[in-house]
Design a protein around this ligand. Structure first.
Ligand code: DX5
Ligand code: ZN
Length: 221
């Protein structure tokens, strides 16, 4: 799988989501950050908005659930039209059951880890997943600085995924810019979420292309 870029709609104009999606026509996904004010100290959007955006956007929706009780709520995001649904392993009660449920509904199932959550305890779960999301900022807000302390975990996760042999994607989310994508790409990231870097640019779609080029250029191996 080639490098993929997923602009985070958290940094888009919430009053014009359809138009904002059209400004990143070259993006592979639209990353939608769902926050419940419990798992993270911020409240964003939920099922109805995902449903509305999925109907008008040309790109598939990548829903990142930063919420408590994802076991209870994740299926509604698949029903709303999200093609990829990511739950946080710190919040999931039964991550294997949840991943299987998301897959059975026909979406891609993905597991996210906060910066301080190690990947190793979850190695045996990897075959259940289509993607692992590694947070490179504390979840909750856009526009934070990339945490270099997460780079070794990106490398170790890449190794674990390669060992699995399948095609499990590795997504990196938080503080990604045309500068930090060099090192997160070099460490083995394959799907990059970028909010402020993309929607803060004069030409968001040109930034999507630039991020993709830089990640391709720094790809290991
Ligand atoms: C943070 C979200 C990210 C955020 C990224 O909790 O998960 O997706 O929108 O924004 P930037 O790219 O600005 O760090
Ligand atoms: Zn996110």
């Amino acid at each position: 799988m080639g490098i993929q870029i997923a602009p985070s709609m958290l940094s888009a104009d919430f009053a014009n989501l359809e138009a904002e999606a059209a400004r990143v026509a070259g993006a592979d996904w639209l990353h939608v950050d769902v926050m419940d004010n419990h798992f993270v100290p911020n409240l964003t959007i939920g099922v109805p908005v995902v449903e509305a955006l999925a109907k008008v956007a040309r790109q598939p929706i990548d829903a990142h659930l930063m919420i408590e009780e994802p076991d209870r709520w994740a299926p509604a995001y698949v029903e709303a039209g999200a093609r990829s649904v990511t739950f946080h392993v710190e919040a999931a009660r039964a991550p294997v059951r949840l991943a299987r449920e998301i897959r059975a509904q026909g979406a891609r199932a993905s597991m996210a880890l906060r910066p301080a959550t190690p990947i190793e305890p979850y190695e045996d779960l990897l075959p259940e997943l289509h993607m692992v999301l590694l947070m490179t900022v504390e979840p909750g807000f856009g526009g934070q600085a990339f945490l270099d302390v997460c780079l070794p975990k990106i490398r170790r996760t890449r190794e674990l995924l390669d060992k699995q042999g399948g095609d499990i994607w590795l997504q990196v989310d938080g503080g990604i810019s045309a500068v930090t994508i060099d090192r997160s790409g070099g460490a083995g990231g394959g799907v990059f979420v970028a909010g402020s870097a993309v929607f803060g640019a004069d030409d968001p779609d040109a930034m999507v292309a630039r991020l993709r080029e830089r990640a391709e250029a720094h790809r290991p191996g």
